[in-house]
Every structure is written in structure tokens, then in C-alpha cells.
Design a protein around this ligand. Structure first.
Ligand SMILES: C[S@@+](CC[C@H](N)C(=O)[O-])C[C@H]1O[C@@H](n2cnc3c(N)ncnc32)[C@H](O)[C@@H]1O
Length: 220
């Protein structure tokens, strides 16, 4: 059970600047999700539409671009890094995006506590913290327990899209998903995923992205 493991997939939070704090205070009531209350998606987005969950949206450039390009679906971005939350909030406002909300929280806890079984259209994990040292590998987000949780929250044929520039992590994630009874790996292509900020840094350093797209098998 993930809940029994106090292991975090992220590092300690960084401080926010005064400007970021002001932006967060102003915009969070409109575009933020209160993770201490039940998640009523129809009330949150003022409609009923397929829901995409992104864990670790970083500074939010790719998140905002994907939401703008996909207006028929709603997007919940979850990020523990406060400056990233502030950055995405400002992008939502400046882009006039009505289909994105942000939760400043641990994505695993959001999946466990806020998301109903079978209710997600897609889960995105783009460039999760790689935790390259073997003694830290338990901190990697994509694990068998994480796959169990995501499989439960996805609708049948819903997608899990993982991308990473860390070769060992990609191999591990591919093995986890290929071996999982509820998932079928259907693609290794990036599809129309934009280049993320972290990915660009990896590309500049000579590392390529590895994408894994798996769908939840229909029950029975
Ligand atoms: C390497 S960055 C990548 C950010 C972005 N996806 C990109 O590609 O530019 C990983 C991000 O995941 C966030 N993160 C790690 N574990 C998380 C978790 N359990 N819940 C929410 N965010 C998490 C980190 O704070 C960080 O911003």
C-alpha cells in the first residue's frame, strides 16, 4: 500500500519570492483546488468533461499549452513546488484557460484521496524526479504500487503517459507497466506532447526523452 510508505517522490520545497506569493494568494482561490475537501469535478470546472491528471507539472508551460490545445478535456495539474504552482496559475490567467485547475499537493495523495475509481481519462507523468542513485530508487514515482493506484483511478481504456530522460527509470517504468495485468503498453511515441521545460534541459545536455503510453485494460 502506498499509504503505508512515508517515502516522498520529491525534494524539500523551495521558497517563493514575494511576487510569487502575491500571485498565488490572488489566483489560488479561483484556479486552485482545495485538497482538504471532496473533489466535485462538475463544480470545479462548471461542466462534465473527461478529466486528465498531471503529476509534477513543474513551471507549467507544457501543461498550459496542452490544456489550450485540448479544450474538450479538463486538466488537474498537481505540483508540490510552490513557485511552479504560482507560474502555472499566472499562465492560466494570462491564457484565459477555463479547463485547468491546480492542486499544490502530492499527486499520490490526490489520487488516493480525491479521485474516484474509474474517473480519469488520462494520467500524465512527464519527467518525474529521476532519483538516479540506487539508494534513492524507492523515491521514484512510477512503481508497481503507483501503477496499481493509477489503474484503479483510470476509466477502462484510459491512458497513462510517462516520459523521462533517465534511461534506467524508463526501463523500470516499461517493465512495471508491461508486467502489470491491468495495463497494456500501446505506444513508445511522444504523440503530440509538447517539449517540457525539464525535457528541453535534458535535450540541451544531450539526453533524449523516452515515452511510454499504456492503456488500462477493460475489466473481465
Ligand atoms: C523534474 S521536474 C519536471 C517538471 C515538468 N513536468 C517538466 O517536465 O518540466 C519534476 C516535478 O515533479 C514534482 N513532483 C515530484 N513528485 C511529486 C508528487 N508526488 N506530486 C506532485 N509533484 C511532484 C517536482 O516538484 C517537480 O516540479
Amino acid at each position: 500500500m502506498l499509504r503505508d510508505e512515508p517515502i516522498r517522490t520529491f525534494k524539500a520545497r523551495r521558497r517563493v519570492t514575494a511576487g510569487q506569493a502575491v500571485a498565488i494568494e490572488r489566483l489560488l482561490p479561483t484556479y486552485g483546488v482545495d485538497v482538504t475537501a471532496p473533489f466535485d469535478r462538475v463544480a470545479v470546472y462548471a461542466r462534465s468533461a473527461p478529466l486528465v491528471l498531471e503529476i509534477g507539472s513543474g513551471m507549467g508551460e507544457a501543461t498550459a499549452a496542452m490544456a489550450a490545445a485540448d479544450p474538450a478535456r479538463d486538466l488537474l495539474a498537481v505540483e508540490v513546488h510552490t513557485p511552479g504552482v504560482g507560474s502555472l496559475l499566472r499562465r492560466i490567467e494570462s491564457g484565459g484557460l477555463t479547463n485547468v485547475r491546480v492542486a499544490e499537493a502530492d499527486g499520490v495523495e490526490v489520487l488516493q484521496d480525491l479521485i474516484a475509481p474509474g474517473s480519469l481519462d488520462e494520467v500524465r507523468v512527464f519527467f518525474p524526479d529521476p532519483w538516479p542513485k540506487s539508494r534513492h530508487s524507492k523515491r521514484r514515482l512510477v512503481s508497481a504500487a503507483f501503477a496499481d493506484l493509477v489503474a484503479d483511478r483510470l476509466r477502462p481504456r484510459g491512458r497513462l503517459h510517462v516520459a523521462t530522460d533517465a534511461g534506467a527509470y524508463a526501463r523500470e517504468a516499461l517493465r512495471v507497466l508491461a508486467d502489470h495485468p491491468d495495463f497494456e503498453v500501446v505506444s513508445r511515441d511522444r504523440g503530440n506532447r509538447p517539449v517540457t521545460r525539464f525535457e528541453q534541459q535534458a535535450l540541451d545536455a544531450g539526453r533524449d526523452a523516452h515515452d511510454i503510453v499504456a492503456v488500462r485494460r477493460p475489466a473481465g
